[in-house]
Design a binder for this molecule. Sequence first.
Ligand code: C5P
Length: 218
Amino acid sequence: LKNLVVAIDGPAGAGKSTVAQLAAKQLGYTYIDTGAMYRAVAWKTLQQGQEVTDELILEVVKNIDVNLQYADGKTKVTVDGTDVSAAIRTPEVSGIVSQVAALGPVRVKMVDLQRKMAERGGVLMDGRDIATNVLPNADVKIFLTASIEERAQRRWKELQQKGYDMTLEKLQQDIAARDKADSEREISPLVQAEDATLLDTTGLSIDEVVARILSMCQ
Ligand code: C5P
C-alpha cells in the first residue's frame, strides 16, 4: 500500500473526524485531528480562570506543550502532560476555539507540529486549512460538508449522549457562528481548495462516506 497524505477539510460537524478515523483504520494510516490541537489551546486558556482575551491566548500558547497520540483507533490529546481528550469537547471550549484559532502565533505553532506529524506519509489529517495551507501537496484532498441542519442534528445527538443539555436551535446557531468566524478570518480561512473534491454527506450513511473516501485513496 502506498503511504499517501490525505487532507480532509470542512465546516464544523460535517463528520470529518468520525469518517476520517474509520478510513484511517481501513488504510492502516495515522489519523491526525488538527481541531483537537486548537481545542487544547482553548482549554488551557479557559483554565487560567481569567477573561479570555487575545493577550491571554498568546501568553498561553507561548508555553503550551500540545501532544497528539493516535493508538488503537483513538486520539489522545495531552496539554503539558495532562490528558484532555474529553475536556476539549465541551461547548465552553467550542465557544472560544475560533477566537483562539484566528491568531497567527497559535497557527504557526500548531501548523509546524502538524507538518512534522505528516512527514512520513500514511496520514489522514482533518481540519480547516489542511489542503490549502498545511499540506498543499497532499495526494488526496477532500472537502467534506453537509447541510447545516444535518450537521447540527449530528452534533446534538453526540452531546446528548455525553449528557449535555442544549437545544438543537442553540447548537445550530453556535455551529453557524463558528463556521462564519472560521471562513472569514484573515489567516488560513476555511475554504475549499481549488483541487479538492467536494463530498456532500447530507443523507449519506457513515459507511457510504467512508467507502467514497477509500475509493479516492487508491
Ligand atoms: O474540527 P473541530 O470542530 O474540532 O475544530 C475546532 C476549531 O478549531 C474550528 O472551529 C477552527 O476554529 C479551528 N481549526 C482551525 N484549523 C484547523 C482545524 C481546526 O482553525 N485546521
